[in-house]
Design a protein around this ligand. Sequence first.
Ligand SMILES: *[C@@H]1O[C@H](CO)[C@@H](O)[C@H](O)[C@H]1NC(C)=O
Ligand SMILES: *[C@@H]1O[C@H](CO)[C@@H](O)[C@H](O)[C@H]1NC(C)=O
Ligand SMILES: *[C@@H]1O[C@H](CO)[C@@H](O)[C@H](O)[C@H]1NC(C)=O
Length: 351
Amino acid sequence: MEVAAKTALSWRRRLLFSAVPLALAVVTRRDGTLNRRILRFIDFRVPPSSKPINGVKTHDIVIDSARRLWFRVFVPTQQPVDDLPVIVFFHGGGFAFMAPNQDIYDSICRRFARQVPAIVVSVNYRLAPEHRYPEQHDDCFDVLKFLDDEENCSKSLPEKTNISRCFLAGDSAGGNLVHHVAQRACEFNFQRLKVNGVLAIQPFFGGEERTNSEKKFEGKMPLASLKQTDWYWNAIMPPGEKYNRDHPIINVSGPKAVDISKIGFPATMLVVSEFDSLYDWQKRYYEWLKKSGVEVYLVEYPNMCHAFYIFPELREFEQLMWDVKEFIHMVLKKDNLKRVGMMKTIAENGE
Ligand SMILES: *[C@@H]1O[C@H](CO)[C@@H](O)[C@H](O)[C@H]1NC(C)=O
Ligand SMILES: *[C@@H]1O[C@H](CO)[C@@H](O)[C@H](O)[C@H]1NC(C)=O
Ligand SMILES: *[C@@H]1O[C@H](CO)[C@@H](O)[C@H](O)[C@H]1NC(C)=O
């Protein structure tokens, strides 16, 4: 990661980033379980704040305490809320780590809230390996059902929030959740909520096959090595059954894929980067979305690796904020002229 090395990145994040392989080795037990107690030393949590921090105030809403399903709401304080989009966000971390109150994700969501601007709902779904598929996907979908309920929505989001301006966003494992939750949302009859668009930021997909990008970056990047990704898939898939990595939840665009060509899958912005071992899986996802007739915008970040956006000091972080903002406003304005233009620019740059 030359670019990262040249930029003055906050020491703690850089440490965390480069320590991921080591940390994983320390917290994963041989029987496949996690020693989460050790994690407490590197895991920084931030409480919600009713006093605005960087122009955004936050509060937490519990949906179901028995399964610890809750979300953090980020509300920008400089704008009236009634015409703001609502971004329902699923964090990354291999389905096994991180949370909305983890400082990395608290600050990423805060930036989305301020810069788009938007109301952001960041979901605390259950983690693997203690919980397995489909619990994570169910938790995320249940948040949409909760927000669709008029009374629950008005109690948890600011008054006058327009929930028909909803977008789903997620990075890495959250990008996987975003895809499957969007698919379920298309087949569900919501009363008020509408998913207008999907933001899949370096989504985590895979398969039995080893792709070129996986082989090329093996042992060269701190995140998303084959050893790690195999561990994550084993951790989330139910044991004792014949789940391999060609399950449609993982190999999303393979021959066993669900046909999404007739369900009205929402407009999608797909963020990929050159030095991500998951790049080839994501490009296949892109081709498959296109083939299925989805309006999809591929945004490529050269020179970036997996999870580059945890470093707000990077120029590319600003670029990502800007791209997300552009996409959301373009979709909401139903600006077809601009859509065609954006498609064209992306096609010229990306392919
Ligand atoms: C609304 O909230 C209540 C209390 O948390 C919950 O029991 C109910 O299931 C929610 N409704 C929906 C549709 O999620
Ligand atoms: C909510 O947003 C939708 C979609 O942008 C818009 O058509 C509708 O008029 C808005 N409703 C209100 C009450 O502003
Ligand atoms: C996984 O997906 C790729 C295409 O993306 C395909 O070549 C491969 O055969 C798939 N495997 C299965 C069994 O679906």
